[in-house]
Design a protein around this ligand. Structure first.
Ligand code: XIL
Length: 357
């Protein structure tokens, strides 16, 4: 009973301090401080080289986030470039940064049809040999970071845009059970790591998200050790096409049905792109999209992380990948200044605390 009273007192003091602190003209709370108070992860995909060489980049990351994701460092073409060599330099550096700044590190991604090593793509392996390669790869990578990388994307984008299982290289080498095997090997390598299936255009209620729901339901029915689903959330301002500008009610419905399976849900790669120039109107609508997604995550029990795919427009994959050099998809501009999107995310996190108090 004493502990309960002390805990309650602590909670009241911390929330009231947030409320009072936020009411004064002191510095507004950072996203990290607000996320910590809300009990969720808030993070960004980052690059080890930029963490090491750009102080503004590193300082913004440690100030604003409590989690970082390996944007590139733990993809197989990087970690196992040849059958007999592994490269962990970038991941080691990122883990050092994360641990020095009391942040979680999210490993992205063990299996993916892109960044697939040429030696494996061009090799001639039997199913049994491919399974052995998969097990050795996962044992080596996940085993190296056992107890230190808290969350892994085990399989990324295993469902294609039509909702069928994607014809990935691993599927060709091993067969349909490659996903199950990957999760089992990852769990054996680190029983405490949270293991996720991750995909894009699966945020709202549609044929593809239905297929992901069926996939993870079947994995759970076979006692496959899967802990969660990552919704990438690469969306576009005001595009009428489905899954480009988010429908918050469908997002909520999708998160809730995954939660009812006992799974965690994480927004894993959010950015909000646009066509043309980032006009004031575009930035305002972009901010609205960010606010809506953060609000839905905070309001749904199963959602415990909001992670952006980068955080400054200076370093985003969007301009090159989508061919818009003027694209400004993230929370900070190219000079590391917060944009309306940052302010809306900050306000949504603050509102959730105020509503609780
Ligand atoms: C992207 C990186 O950000 C780029 O630098 C790289 O050229 C291609 O891959 N979904 C994913 C991520 O799961 O791994 C992708 O990352 C972006 C789309």
């Amino acid at each position: 009973m004493r502990q309960l009273i002390l805990f309650g007192l602590g909670l009241v003091l911390s929330v009231s301090s947030i409320f009072v602190y936020a009411q004064s003209d002191a510095e507004p709370l950072t996203l990290r401080e607000l996320a910590d108070e809300n009990g969720i992860f808030i993070g960004a995909a980052v690059q080890s080289g930029l963490l090491e060489n750009e102080p503004d980049y590193a300082n913004t990351v440690s100030r604003e986030f409590n989690l970082i994701t390996t944007e590139w460092e733990t993809k197989m073409c990087v970690t196992q470039p040849t059958p007999d060599t592994f490269d962990f330099e970038g991941t080691d550096a990122m883990l050092e940064f994360a641990e020095a700044n009391d942040m979680a590190l999210r490993g992205h991604t063990l299996l993916w049809h892109q960044c697939f090593p040429e030696w494996l793509e061009n090799g001639d392996y039997s199913r049994e040999e491919a399974i052995e390669i998969l097990k050795n790869y996962i044992d080596t990578v996940v085993g190296r970071y056992k107890g230190r990388i808290a969350i892994w994307d085990v399989v990324n984008e295993g469902v294609d845009d039509s909702g069928r299982m994607r014809q990935t290289q691993w599927k060709s080498l091993i067969g349909d059970d490659y996903i199950e095997l990957a999760f089992r090997f990852a769990h054996e390598a680190d029983p405490d790591a949270m293991l996720f299936y991750n995909d894009y255009s699966t945020e709202t209620m549609n044929r593809k998200s239905d297929s992901v729901y069926e996939l993870v339901s079947a994995l759970l029915e076979n006692d496959v050790p899967i802990d969660g689903v990552g919704l990438q959330m690469h969306i576009m301002v005001g595009d009428a096409r489905p899954n480009r500008s988010i429908d918050p009610d469908e997002l909520r419905e999708n998160i809730e049905r995954l939660g009812e399976l006992g799974l965690q849900v994480q927004i894993t790669e959010m950015d909000v792109r646009h066509s043309g120039l980032p006009t004031a109107s575009i930035l305002e609508r972009q901010a609205e999209d960010y606010r809506q997604v953060v609000e839905v995550c905070l309001q749904t029990e199963a959602c415990n992380a909001i992670i952006f795919w980068g955080f400054t427009d200076l370093h985003s994959w969007i301009p090159e990948f989508f061919g818009n050099a003027d694209a400004a998809p993230l929370l900070f501009d190219r000079n590391y200044q917060p944009k309306p999107a940052y302010e809306e995310v900050q306000q949504a996190l603050q509102n959730a605390l105020t509503a609780e108090s």
